[in-house]
Structure formats: C-alpha cells, structure tokens
Ligand binder design. Structure first.
Ligand SMILES: *Cc1c(COP(=O)(O)O)cnc(C)c1O
Length: 326
C-alpha cells in the first residue's frame, strides 16, 4: 500500500467553470475547465498534486536533497524546484540541452527557486539522474529521486485524489461530465485519473491527448502507461487488472514532435486567450485544446455532451515561445 504522507503544497480544490464564449464560438457542446493552472505553488500546474505525495515521502524518510529531470522548459522541474524551496530542500535538476545564454520561462524560475542545474545534452527525460545521484552521495548527501514528470505510483496517487475532488465538485454543481480531456505525457496524470475513475465508479470517458511522440528505440507510450496504471492500481489497493481497451489515448496530434507548435496548437492558444482570457501553454495544454477543437469540428462529441477540459498548467513556458505566437 501507498503510505506516503501528504505535504500540503498547493491550493485545492482547483476551480471548475464553464467556457461559455469558447463553446459558443466553436458551436460546441458545453465545455467546462478545471483550473489546475491555479494549484498555486510556483505559478501552479498539475505536478503540484504529485509533488504533495513525492515530497511528503522524501521528507518523511529524511532525504535532504531532491533530484529530478526533464526538458529545459520543463514545468515539472519548475514546480519541483518551487516545492523543494518551500520545504527547505536542496534541488538538483538534470535538464536536456546545453546552457543557453538567456534563462527565460520555466528555466528562469528554476534559478530563482535556487535549483542547481545540470545540463544533459540530448537527454531530456532524466536519463542522467543515476550518475548525478552517485555524485551527490559521494558528497555525503541523501538524494531523493523524483522520476521524469513525477510519474510513478506515488505521484499518480495525487491524481487518484484529484478524482475524489472532482467527484465532490460534480455533486456540488449538479453536473456529470461525459468526457474529461487532458494532455497525457509521462503518464502520472492519466494513471491517477483512470484508477480514480474506477475507484469512485464514475461514468465519464477519459480522453488523453498524447503530446510526445517518444523515441523509436524506446517502448511505446501505451506500454509504459499500461504498466504504470497496473502497478499503481496494485500498490494503492485497487484490485482491477486494466488492459489496453480501458485507455483512450488520441495520437493524431503529435505534429512535428514534442514542443514544436502546430498551426492547430497556435490556434487553440490564441482563441482560448482571446475568447476566455485564459492562458494555455505551447507544449501540453495548447496541444490538448487544439485536439479538443479539432475533435469538436469532426463531430467526435454529441450535442448533449458535457466536456471538462483539465487545464494542467504550463503557463510560464508561454513566455519562451512569444516569438512563435505573435
Ligand atoms: C507534465 C504536464 C502534463 C502531462 O502530465 P503527465 O502526468 O506527465 O502525463 C500536461 N500538461 C502540463 C502543462 C504539464 O506540465
């Protein structure tokens, strides 16, 4: 069983509200939004939910250093750096690419939160963490490893809890959503939502929009996701064997790859800003909203459907893409 104690880091429940203007503009069924861009810590985002349990685990086991990794503009790394700062822990980040001249967007915030950055060239998914851990141990430190995207059974637990939060909100507002649409990338969010839906016996379809093609020599994302789901279900005491048919993963919007905006991504960011005053991000939520818009246009949904778009954050990355958006 998972017994990672929770460390309160964010502000919950995150709001749910209707996107009336956008629904109208798109001539769409009702679209609602869940604002995990407003989880609070370090400009917010979905990783705060995972970090409450990951950092809780680290603190309860007396680790004094946090290490994780990701892309240079990783939202996960920025939120981890913020969480570590809030808990008085030293934070090391293994970031893909080479040191740039300008530290902007998430990278700027990593620095501001006091994280120590290690540049790892072509490795953008924390592949160099084991090496760095050995180095830190040799300096007498006790590093706690948070995997890429915070996506393991402990991080996913935060999203099982998020489903409980959603269930209570649906009861309060007397709405039952038919579809939840969200960006799916390292799998912790998708995992927690799938297990939570089963655990709390909820009716909606979980429509994950894949945003990262991945590498050809690596196992497919479905495979990774299914393993994480089944392992997490087991250790959290949800005795269900999930299979591929239980996962909805939309792969049509991978475009030219991770972090490269398509015209649809750009349109989604622009119209959500223009019609709702809400900021999406260039890597995840822009792509997920782009997919939602395209699926609405292609009649994926019925007239009476009630769609919840789960905004998973990422706002700071927008500032490092301004030249590609205007
Ligand atoms: C990490 C992230 C996601 C994807 O969540 P996973 O749990 O990694 O699948 C989606 N949106 C944003 C903004 C993120 O930072």
């Amino acid at each position: 069983m998972i017994n990672a104690p929770k460390k309160n880091l964010g502000f919950f429940p995150t709001p749910i509200h209707k996107l009336g203007n956008l629904s109208k503009y798109l001539n769409a069924p009702s679209i609602y939004i869940k604002r995990d861009d407003l989880t609070g810590l370090a400009i917010g985002g979905n990783k705060v939910r995972k970090l409450e349990f990951l950092i809780g685990d680290a603190v309860s086991k007396n680790y004094n250093v946090i290490i994780t990794g990701g892309a240079a503009q990783s939202n996960h790394c920025r939120q981890t750096a913020g969480a570590a700062a809030a808990c008085g822990l030293e934070c090391h980040l293994a970031l893909g690419g080479d040191e740039p001249e300008l530290f902007n967007g998430n990278l700027f915030l990593d620095k501001l939160f006091g994280a120590i950055i290690h540049w790892t060239g072509k490795y953008r998914k924390g592949e160099k963490i084991p090496e760095l851990v050995e180095e830190l141990k040799s300096q007498g430190k006790k590093p706690y490893i948070i995997p890429y995207g915070g996506s393991n059974e402990i991080g996913a637990y935060g999203f099982i809890q998020a489903v409980d939060e959603l269930k209570k909100q649906m009861e309060l507002i007397h709405e039952i959503f038919t579809h939840i649409v969200f960006a799916s990338s390292s799998g912790g969010t998708h995992t927690g939502l799938i297990i939570g839906k089963a655990k709390y016996n909820l009716p909606f379809d979980l429509v994950g929009i894949q945003v990262d093609k991945g590498e050809d020599d690596q196992p497919s994302y479905e495979e990774v996701l299914l393993n994480l789901i089944n392992f997490s279900a087991k250790v959290t005491g949800v005795n269900i064997d999930f299979n591929e048919q239980d996962i909805i993963l939309i792969k049509n919007y991978l475009g030219e790859g991770y972090g490269i905006m398509s015209d649809l991504d750009r349109e989604a960011i622009r119209i959500t800003a223009k019609y709702e005053g809400i900021l999406l991000d260039p890597v995840y939520t822009g792509r997920a909203m782009g997919a939602l818009i395209d699926m609405i246009r292609n009649k994926y949904f019925c007239k009476n459907d009630k769609i919840l778009f789960w905004h998973t954050g990422g706002t700071p990355a927008l500032f490092s893409y301004s030249d590609k958006l205007l």
